[in-house]
Design a binder for this molecule. Structure first.
Ligand code: LCS
Length: 390
């Protein structure tokens, strides 16, 4: 069957999966560091790049390769590279593309460690401008001839603001800059940045792609030429994923479509509930008509996703509210079966200096909810009883 033409879930289940020599239906876990050469001449050909072959799992591993092929298929990119964490994927992608003296534009609202990585780049002589990419005119105003790349998440972690992938890509390409989109919150089921003009897509596979909260992983998808260079850079940085973790993500991805439908459905109900609750100052969710970029969300996303941000009236109510929850789990991370809740100001984004954080909308009363796939009535009931305590 031509998998390129098949539906999303058919591809999520079958793409990348190879027939094993034993007939095993499920991908084997090649839990090995090195691979044996057939002989010295074979080693010379493989090491010299004249013949494809497995050498060492830091560079290439058959289980991980299936994961790479599956995500490349789902994002409709030419090739992909898997890494041990989302941050390893982001680092490898960035270090593949930039050098001292280059300029990077990054959205000011991004995951805390990604922000911290970009701040660190300044010490290597890379000029980083943090701006609000959700207003494309900000990109137009700041982009320069030496701008190498524009990086953003959409929706952004944790404020849920949305950047127009096509509009920013058009502006960036006019100046010869590349666009890297972190698609972790959406997954290819809900958004495909490469089809909207982005050059490279990055995922923390730790989240929805794996979907079960039991492993870390990162993925980079883009043109073969870029992935080839990224594989070289990544091999030297050394952030390889273990074959077992690749296998877990491969397994998780088979149910991605089913899970994302349920995340969409549950989060839509929870967001509607929160928006109408008297103790909630504001609920921010792309599926709500009140989201300032609801129309853009409908245009570039196939669904609103499972992430919600909301504000309590007062920051001092936050700890008591969080401590009163019984079903929702107080934990960082997101995109798994369980509903997870956290306070960005003191948790995922504590690394962003307070003044900047507040300016970006990551205020002290903001709470982030990753709506799981439990029965939605139970999630709402838990939030309801906790809100009664504040
Ligand atoms: N990109 C996004 C959008 C993320 O949310 C995260 C992690 C990463 C990249 C990094 O991926 P990792 O290395 O953890 O696989 N976000 C987290 C969060 O919001 N809470 O805990 C981790």
């Amino acid at each position: 069957m031509n998998l390129k033409k098949a539906g999303f879930s058919t591809r999520a289940i079958h793409a990348g999966e190879k027939q094993s020599e034993t007939g095993a239906v499920i991908t084997p876990i090649y839990q090995t560091a090195p691979f044996e050469f057939k002989n010295a001449a074979h080693a010379a050909r493989v090491m010299g790049g004249k013949e494809k072959g497995y050498v060492y799992s830091r560079g290439l591993n058959p289980t991980t390769e299936e994961l790479e092929e599956k995500i490349a298929n789902l994002e409709e990119g030419e090739a992909a590279l898997a890494q041990g964490t989302g941050m390893a994927a982001i680092s490898a992608a960035i270090f593949t593309e930039i050098k001292t003296g280059d300029h990077i534009i990054a959205d000011e609202v991004i995951y805390g460690s990604t922000y911290d990585l970009f701040v660190d780049l300044k010490k290597f002589g890379v000029d980083v401008s943090f701006i609000d990419t959700s207003d494309v005119s900000n990109v137009e105003n700041i982009i320069r001839r030496d701008t190498k790349l524009v990086f953003f998440e959409t929706p952004a972690n944790p404020t849920m603001k949305i950047t127009d992938i096509k509009a920013v890509s058009d502006v960036a390409h006019e100046k010869g800059a590349k666009v890297f989109v972190d698609n972790t919150f959406m997954t290819p089921y809900l958004q495909q940045p490469l089809l909207l003009g982005a050059d490279v897509v990055i995922h923390s596979a730790t989240k929805y792609l794996n979907g079960h909260g039991d492993t870390l992983g990162g993925l980079i998808i883009g043109p073969s030429e870029f992935i080839k260079r990224a594989r070289h850079t990544a091999k030297n940085i050394g952030g390889a994923i273990s074959p077992f973790n690749s296998w877990l993500i491969l397994r998780g991805m088979k149910t991605l479509g089913l899970r994302m439908d349920r995340h969409n459905e549950n989060a839509t109900s929870v967001a509607g509930y929160l928006e109408n609750h008297e103790k909630i100052k504001k609920a921010i969710y792309p599926g709500l008509l009140s989201h300032p970029q609801h129309d853009l969300a409908k245009k570039q996303m196939r669904g609103p996703g499972g992430m919600i941000a909301f504000l309590l009236e007062e920051a001092r109510e936050v700890p008591h509210f969080l401590d009163s929850l019984r079903l929702c789990t107080l934990a960082v991370s997101l995109g798994e079966t369980s509903t997870l809740i956290q306070h960005p100001a003191t948790m995922t984004h504590a690394v962003v200096p307070r003044e900047e954080r507040i300016r970006y909308g990551i205020t002290d009363e903001l709470i982030r909810l990753s709506v799981g796939i439990e029965d939605v009535e139970d999630i709402i009931e838990d939030i309801e009883q906790a809100l009664k305590q504040v």
